[in-house]
Design a protein around this ligand. Structure first.
Ligand code: PEP
Ligand code: MG
Length: 570
């Protein structure tokens, strides 16, 4: 057996065989062919296999995730059947005695560069479709397997260099028992998705993909961050015990499912959940969530070939609000950019995308994207307890501009005779240090703050949240972070507003006592963290934790903070 250490990203133990989700090497050696008819036959058979595969994926995606997510595969099928693309490939084979691989690649590249250079969003989307389809057909020409996460139909553990949000969206919870990746940290989006899918995951292993072969038996220990390859009988049995204990522990936590959250000295806080899709709401309710503290709406925009329509968005928001009844639902407007790409928007490649044109910066410049989302939210507001939140706010001007557009759309809807709630709170994510520093000025204008520590930590420490080489600097308990968090909470309270936290730090067992002491009002976390957090909070005295505040804020290192808080709470 081999043991690979990584970062524990989603709790639990999974035992199943490996499924390698890696793009195969599709390079080939170019040569002239003697028998063009044979090459055309090879091409036709690769096209046929690709077609059958795409039809299966489309049907499966439709059934699991709905029509919108399946649209991209309809677009791919159209490309496969398009004579304007296929005939020139065949001509090239026949006229130039070109091998099928070269004829496919050269013809596809010609169309791709032609479409990409057009000033037309629709045509640029077609270029992306051709790229995807070409890869699939190329794989079949070479007789290599093209990984299809949506088609997994037996119990597996997925192994990948990284999982994009659209890969993760295709995974079937019934068969994918866990996953492990080479890159990423606890707050990378693949880790966040694993927690909302409630499957064990280990990320940031550096080289798991190169050390595992297809069908190796694997144990994913998402509790301690280990991947065990081909375990011995003894190890298997000890991990089965660990798995059973974890299940027992979950039953104990579940006893607090329908309880409110009080500290041992009777102070109430709110424990709410982070979600990515309306389907995640079931997990929030099952895990005792008192609301939704962060709905990451970007997943509505991903894994598609075009922007979601206003109506499509309205349906998703309405569904979440209705399922949550009168409980609060904080919806964050589109946070695109950074590691969340939307190929159909064709945003320019940036040298430093996390510091670039993203989130509110993009939305304020692209009102044709922003306004339909705001309209959909405003229309949905009558179906529940909606709060709207803007991401990546760096300056008050940005907040004022975003809010003005929101109010403008509210007015438009009223003029159209459409009902809108009058009690929607409008707040911001605090994930950029500038905003945390002048939170006092913001507190006069916003209705609430939600501290996004995933980004706040990376921007404060200048340490990429996805890069395991600098993960030693990604320190949630660093006194600089605690001071910024404290500043935001104090600013909110001085203006009679509330402060929440929706970064992963809110569900962290070392951070929780500190945050209780700093007076955080709302803790938003992965649904599966809610019950352990509630169990922990019922044993903490807020008064005692608050008495450590000044000492903690004046400490010099994260190590000192950890040592102190462990000593006080163990
Ligand atoms: C919650 C946050 O947003 P995201 O993880 O989606 O960037 C954050 O930055 O803490
Ligand atoms: Mg963020």
């Amino acid at each position: 057996m081999t043991n690979i250490q990584g970062i524990a990203a989603s709790s639990g133990i999974a035992i199943a065989k490996a499924y390698q989700l890696v793009t195969p090497d599709l390079s080939y050696e170019k040569r002239e062919v003697e028998n063009p008819e044979q090459e055309v036959e090879r091409l036709e058979s690769a096209l046929e296999i690709s077609k059958q595969e795409l039809e299966k994926i489309k049907a499966h995606t439709q059934q699991e995730l709905g029509d919108e997510h399946a649209e991209i595969f309809s677009a791919h099928l159209l490309v496969l059947g398009d004579p304007e693309l296929i005939n020139p490939i065949k001509d090239k084979i026949n006229n130039d005695k070109s091998m099928a691989e070269a004829a496919l690649e050269e013809t596809a590249n010609m169309f791709i560069s032609m479409f990409e250079s057009m000033d037309n969003e629709y045509m640029r989307e077609r270029a992306a479709d051709i790229k995807d389809v070409t890869k699939r057909v190329m794989a079949h020409l070479q007789g290599v397997n093209f990984p299809n996460p949506a088609l997994i139909d037996e119990e597996v553990v997925v192994i990948a260099s990284d999982l994009t949000p659209s890969d993760t969206a295709q995974l079937n919870r019934e068969f994918v028992k866990g996953f492990a990746t080479d890159i990423g940290g606890r707050t990378s989006h693949s880790a966040i998705m694993a927690r909302s899918l409630e499957i064990p995951a280990v990320v940031g292993t550096k080289d798991v993909t190169s050390r595992i072969s297809q069908n190796d038996l694997l144990i994913i220990d998402g509790i301690d961050g280990n991947v065990i390859i081909n375990p011995s009988e003894e190890e298997l049995s000890s991990y089965r015990d660990k798995q059973a204990n974890f299940e027992k522990q979950k039953e104990i936590w579940a006893q607090l499912k329908d309880e409110p959250t009080f500290t041992s000295d009777g102070e109430q806080v709110e424990l709410v959940a982070n979600i990515g899709t309306p389907e995640d709401v079931a997990g929030v309710i099952n895990n005792g969530g008192e609301g939704v503290g962060l709905y990451r709406t970007e997943f509505l925009y991903m894994g598609k070939s075009e922007l979601p329509s206003e109506d499509e968005q309205y349906k998703a928001y309405k569904s979440v609000l209705e399922q949550m009844g009168d409980k609060p639902v904080v919806v964050r407007t589109l946070d695109v950019g950074g590691d969340k790409e939307l190929p159909y928007l064709d945003l320019p490649k940036e040298l430093n995308p996390f510091l670039g044109f993203r989130a509110i910066r993009f939305c304020l410049e692209n009102e044709h994207v922003f306004r339909p989302q705001l309209r959909a939210l405003l229309r949905a507001s009558v179906h529940g307890n909606l709060k709207i939140m803007f991401p990546m706010i760096a300056s008050l001007e940005e907040f004022r501009q975003a809010k003005a557009i929101l109010l403008d759309e509210k007015e438009n809807l009223k003029n159209e005779g459409i009902e809108v709630s009058n009690s929607i709170e409008v707040g911001i994510m605090v994930e950029i240090p500038s905003t945390a520093v002048i939170a006092k000025q913001f507190a006069k204008e916003v209705d609430f703050f939600s501290i996004g520590t995933n980004d706040l930590i990376q921007y404060t420490m200048a340490a990429d949240r996805m890069n395991e080489q600098v993960s030693y600097l990604y320190q949630p308990y660093h006194p600089a972070i605690l001071n910024l968090v404290n500043n935001v909470i104090e600013a909110a309270h001085s203006e009679g507003k509330w402060a929440g936290m929706c970064g992963e730090m809110a569900g962290d067992s070392i951070a929780i006592p500190i945050l209780i002491g700093l007076g955080l009002d709302e803790f938003s976390m992965s649904a599966t963290s809610i019950l352990p957090a509630r169990t922990q909070i019922t044993k903490l005295s807020k008064k005692e934790m608050a008495s450590y505040k000044e000492k903690l804020l004046s400490m010099a290192t994260a190590e000192d903070v950890i040592e102190f808080i462990k000593d006080k709470t163990e």
